[in-house]
Ligand binder design. Structure first.
Ligand code: XMP
Length: 513
């Protein structure tokens, strides 16, 4: 296992993903775990992430120095390298002419284990204000740029390395090779992190945890909860019951589709609750986005509680919590990171387990979204379900700006259906991360035939992304945009204007709310 100690870099998760891509298991952990605690984890090596602090500031996040003397391989990235230098008696300073943001040309010593098999010159991504001005004793420089001499360093006899640049980002040429050199040549980690291994491990764990008890799962139709359903079903069969609560804000025909498809592919016990009437009632007259979310969240919990009681006695609740959610709650803020113990108390269906005394099972808690998709395919979940775009819990309710009514949902369902159909037809559905239609509370004048119209405006948003943390608007062909717009205005009675959202994230979010 490779431990990544987090110092709050925006790239910390990316380091974890890169290592998992090499089929090596890793965890992103709090930087204040000591060597003893880390050694409990079948440790093969440690990476110190970057971070926004300066090592010489008071209260800057540090590490257990014993790690650096222990013989466990260590690679410090950016702040992580500066920390090694600082703790072992070298010097880190802020010198304005040595700051680097963006790409730099790196000249490296490819006779060293970290850079072996790499060209001597490569482009590296830099993002630092501080740099190392004096090496600690027994360290040597193994790469430089035109601005800084110590762009990468290594200990003369111990497996301790530091790089001032970011090998985990795609802007660094051969970044993946540098990571591989560290994890395979230096740490000698085994590439045994595969999905079939994961399935086997989780199934054993689920079985021993659950015994002969029953488990309830809230199914949304998204890839995460569907994958949990498939995995749980394989582990405990009929002891699993899935409940699908239809709040009334799904896509056109989606509720029906989910129930049929999932029961067809997974042959699980699925209870379908149509709670739409009560949700519409609760949202009457409400237009503030936060309030809408709160009402929907609370009503969801109330419905879940009421309906699950009717089903019988359940000790366990299974959830599709993913690793990024776990990290967010466990190491949020990086420098104020708590230990990984927090991980266990995280849950993403706010309030449910506490109120109902459920014990939680979160079999995806170590996985990133792309890994969940791999797992789903391995479990035989149908492609359509696996590669479905993400869809928010509160559904179309947050894509209708202002008050949500049944008739507005119907209008938006029609527009959304046309958008998705055209994207699928043209092959752009699979090339984009997410596509949405938003109903704006704006009426404008139009003309159709000889008639003056006065109807709603619909915004279309299609984005490309890897993880929804950042996104760029997708450059759809004009002809496709034209077809989508023409069809929506012609086929959806209450919409007479279509606009395309060309805002990236940041500064925009994906949903409009
Ligand atoms: P934003 O709008 O914050 O969205 O850029 C990022 C991603 O999260 C999805 N999203 C949600 N997913 N429950 C969910 O399960 C929610 O309440 C929710 N709100 C936003 C959004 O669709 C996008 O993929």
């Amino acid at each position: 296992m490779i431990a990544i100690l987090d110092y709050g870099s925006q790239y910390s998760q990316l380091i974890a993903r890169r290592i998992r891509e090499c089929n090596v298991y890793c965890e992103l952990l709090s930087h204040d775990l000591d060597l003893e605690k880390l050694k409990e984890k079948n440790l093969e090596g440690i990476i110190l992430s970057g971070g926004p602090s300066s090592v010489y500031e008071e209260g800057a996040p540090s590490m257990d120095k014993a790690i650096l003397e222990s013989g466990v391989p260590v690679l410090g990235i950016c702040y992580g390298m500066q920390l090694i230098v600082h703790l072992l008696g070298g010097k880190v300073e802020q010198e304005s002419e040595k700051r680097e943001y963006g790409t730099s040309t790196l000249t490296c010593d490819n006779d060293t284990p970290l850079f072996v098999h790499l060209p001597e010159e490569l482009t590296a991504w830099m993002s630092h204000g501080d740099s190392c001005s004096k090496l600690p004793e027994n360290f040597i420089q193994i790469a430089e740029t035109s601005s800084i001499p110590h762009a990468a360093i290594m200990h003369k006899s111990k497996p301790v390395y530091g790089v001032q640049f970011h090998p985990e980002v795609t802007h660094t040429d051969f970044g993946m090779d540098i990571i591989k050199n560290f994890i395979f040549n230096i740490c000698e980690a085994k590439p045994d992190w595969t999905m079939s291994h994961y399935i086997e491990q989780e199934i054993n764990e689920i079985r021993s945890l659950v015994g002969s008890e029953n488990v309830l799962l809230g199914l949304s139709g998204g890839v995460d909860s569907t994958t949990v359903a498939a995995l749980m079903h394989r582990a405990i069969g009929d002891q699993l019951t899935c409940m699908f609560i239809d709040q009334g804000f799904m896509r056109k025909d989606e509720a029906k589709h989910i129930v049929t498809e999932i029961s067809k592919y997974l042959k699980i016990r699925l209870v379908h609750i149509d709670a739409s009437a009560i949700f519409f009632e609760r949202l009457k007259g409400v237009s503030d986005p936060e309030e809408k979310r709160k009402i929907i969240g609370n009503e969801f919990i109330t419905t879940f509680e009421r309906e699950s009681r009717k089903l019988g006695d359940y000790k366990f609740l299974a959830q599709g919590t993913l690793y990024p959610d776990v990290i967010e709650s466990a190491v949020a803020g990086g420098t104020q990171a708590k230990t990984a113990v927090t991980i266990k108390t995280h849950h993403n269906v706010g309030g449910l387990p506490e109120k109902m005394n459920f014990k939680l099972i979160e079999p995806l808690r170590f996985l990133f979204k792309d890994e969940v998709r791999k797992l789903a395919l391995e479990l035989g979940v149908h492609n359509d379900l696996v590669f479905r775009h993400p869809f928010p819990g509160p559904g179309l309710a947050i894509r209708i700006l202002g008050e949500v009514t049944e008739s507005k949902v119907k209008t938006l369902q029609l527009a959304d259906h046309i958008l998705i159909e055209e994207l699928r037809r043209s092959g752009w559905y699979d090339k984009s991360w997410q596509a949405l239609a938003v109903l704006l509370p704006v009426k404008t004048v139009g003309v159709m035939g000889d008639m003056r119209t006065y109807a709603w405006t619909c915004a279309i948003r299609v984005v490309s992304s890897d993880d929804a943390m950042t996104a760029i608007w997708t450059r759809l062909p004009y002809e496709l945009l034209d077809r989508i717009s023409t069809r929506i205005v012609n086929e959806v009675p209450d919409i007479n204007r279509v606009v395309y959202d060309i805002t990236s994230k940041p500064p925009g979010t994906i949903e409009w709310e």
